[in-house]
Design a protein around this ligand. Sequence first.
Ligand code: PLP
Length: 406
Amino acid sequence: MKPNFQTASRVRDVRYEIRGALARRARELEQQGNDILQLNIGNPGAFGLRTPETMRRAVVRNLKYSEAYGPQTGIFPAREAVAMQFQGRGMTETTYDQVIVGNGVSELVDLVLRSLLEPGDEVLVPAPDYPLWTAAVVLNGGKAVHYRCQAEQDFIPDVEQIRARITDRTRALVVINPNNPTGAVYPESVLQALADLAAEHDLILFSDEIYDAICFDDARFVPMAPLAENTLCVSFGGLSKVYRACGWRVGWAVFTGQLERAQDYRLAVEKLSALRLSANVPGQWAVQTALGGYQSIADLVARGGRLYESRQAVIDAVERSRFLELVTPMGAMYAFPSVRADHFPDFDDHRFAAELLEQKHILIVPGSSFNIPERNHFRITLLPEAEDLERAFEKINDLLEELADE
Ligand code: PLP
């Protein structure tokens, strides 16, 4: 037989296990007639959380203007709406031409890194991270240098540790706030220190803020851009999470700070965006409605709201369990529990996730998929109803009981 067709080694080196082998196995089990509780993806629509009706109407009304390609950087009303959001955040000079709209933040992450990196250039990425960032750095020839956010410090970055990882090849610093997978929401003092560090070393700050309006209790989201005027800051947001429109594939990146030094770079990003002609147009018509109108996510996040109650169910379930620990998630839509070392000194998160899927029909993501070496964590999304999460945790505990007896 002839050898296999070639696969690019740079793709082989990319890890994205949120939709990896376990998810494929879950599909097989489903095809065999099993119900699988999929806690692996933060996909609101899959859990009955609808896109606000005003946004749906905005898309439908504008469908007739959505048949042609749009401008490569996005339609004007969408860009203008994002610029106005930034004006409202104290960046009063922001104009629409600082905004680029893409097919979700995912596409823009790739565009901004592809436009930046030479082979071997380094990017500081949090660990645990949302693994798209590490994957996109690797795919674009760079090296992801991970800075650790530790459970003992509530997963808040340690600025001095980041400083120690900077080399003459470091080009950028990635910050994810509110954080996926940990649920940490960073205080302003830490964000300011990160912005100052980036400015001091001339690093581009990539601030992934896709969960900006999802903060619980007294946690408060602080945008990075106003703190980072002394470097180039690229802030990311989108319709997927806060506006529950993952399938529309609409995200944006906003360039602020030292723009006069970033003209070539921005032209490069724009050139790459031209290669894919335009982002999905229909969804862009909802951006103005989304950002300008009533923020219904607030109802879901407030005490008594769907996300709040689901989060509470997870907190309570972990508290009842003698096997589990959790840094309370203060934002985003995930929990990142760990198993206690006194019960499981050699826990294997991948094996646990595989057994949970086979035996209990629950799909989770092993913690080491988020680019940390420890194997004692797992991530679940907080999107299901509280009762479904309670039942899921009963099964998780049952399996842990069985494993503890082994
Ligand atoms: N950034 C973070 C931190 C995410 O968690 C996600 C999706 O889960 C994305 C970006 C991608 O979002 P989008 O749907 O806009 O591509």
